[in-house]
Ligand binder design. Structure first.
Ligand code: FAD
Length: 304
């Protein structure tokens, strides 16, 4: 049984499309690492690569610089994340216009977290867009953009219940979003149940799973608890005792993420968004394990 499931897996690369998420680098060293990562991931021909936007627009210039450089120097399609935090409608509209002038057509539209960080209570700017749906509408008014939004398989921590949460997703899609990318999760049944709920609500856009390769389990567990993502006991057990053994930690992380993606492909999922943390090793290993090959290797294989 196991063998027959494994033997189907080499074909998966044909059915899978990926996108990668980066954050804008803070200093020269981080900039070098980001560009090494971008160059290593480019041959996997992602659908797009996205660049996050810091709380309160704190990374606005760095986000803009990073997306425009990706556009100018690579074959990739960059997507700019945008948030509504601490900005008036006029300021947000000006940022959208700036991106559009630089030729950016893809956006990830978010309400964003307060400047104080995840968990602090959110208060919209007096004259600002109140949530993701209002930002999507502003983007839609500004141009014929490809607009992704967030989705929360375990519901957003501020949502009182799933109905409220899914209602916000519906408002974002009705305002013009073309796809939703999920918060990371580790239990694929949770994702599947969520997609069923979303479809029952009449939302038909792709719900692309966000996959977080676990570079550092302790950090991920801490972050997950703040953004409402459950870390199952079996996952904690896999990383138990590995804090001081980075090599084994990396191998286990690659296996865990590849296993999650394999299982989702077997459930019919074809699109994946990887939170890369600006590191290529795990995304490259996972792409390889699910059958994706860099463009030149694909060409050489098909010519052979
Ligand atoms: P929304 O979709 O507007 O709302 C999220 C949920 O909160 C809704 O489901 C809704 O039920 C509830 N809610 C909102 N308003 C109300 C209200 N008035 N009353 C009751 N419930 C309400 N953050 C950044 O700062 N920068 C980034 O680049 C970034 N990128 C992200 C990318 C992805 C794929 C994801 C999943 C998240 C990202 N985030 C980012 C995090 C995100 O900003 C936070 O999760 C934030 O708390 C919510 O933003 P949102 O766009 O999901 O909000």
């Amino acid at each position: 049984m196991l063998q027959s499931r494994l033997s189907r897996r080499p074909d998966m690369g044909d059915r899978v499309r990926v996108s990668f998420e980066f954050f804008p680098p803070k200093n020269d060293e981080m900039e070098t690492r980001l560009w090494e990562t971008v160059k290593r991931l480019e041959p996997f021909a992602p659908r797009f690569v996205s660049v996050t936007y810091g709380a309160g627009g704190s990374t606005r210039e760095r986000t803009q610089r990073t997306v425009t450089r990706i556009k100018a120097e690579t074959s990739l399609t960059p997507a700019a994340h945008m948030t509504c935090v601490d900005a008036s409608r006029g300021e947000v509209d000006a940022v959208i216009a700036d991106f559009a002038r630089s030729g950016i057509r893809n956006f990830v539209a978010l309400r964003g977290d307060p400047r104080e960080g995840v968990g602090a209570s959110y208060r919209p700017h007096d004259d600002g867009y109140a949530n993701g749906a209002e930002l999507v509408a502003a983007l839609r008014r500004a141009g014929d953009f490809d607009i992704s939004v967030s989705a929360y398989p375990e519901k957003h921590p501020e949502s009182p219940d799933f109905a409220t949460d899914i209602d916000m997703l519906k408002r974002k899609v009705d305002a013009g979003a073309t796809r939703a990318i999920t918060q990371f999760f580790f239990d694929n049944d949770t994702y599947e149940r969520y997609v069923e709920r979303v479809r029952r609500a009449g939302i038909l856009v792709p719900i692309v799973p966000g996959v977080l390769p676990i570079h550092n389990f302790a950090q991920v567990a801490n972050f997950a608890s703040r953004c409402g993502a459950h870390v199952p006991a079996w996952l904690a057990r896999r990383f138990e005792g590995l804090a001081g053994d980075p090599q084994t930690h990396m191998l286990v992380a690659a296996a865990v993420a590849a296993e999650q993606v394999h299982d989702l492909v077997e459930r019919g999922v074809g699109d994946f968004h990887f939170y890369t943390m600006n590191r290529a090793d795990l995304p490259v290993a996972i792409c390889h394990m699910i059958g994706l090959r860099p463009a030149e290797q694909r060409q050489a294989l098909s010519a052979a």
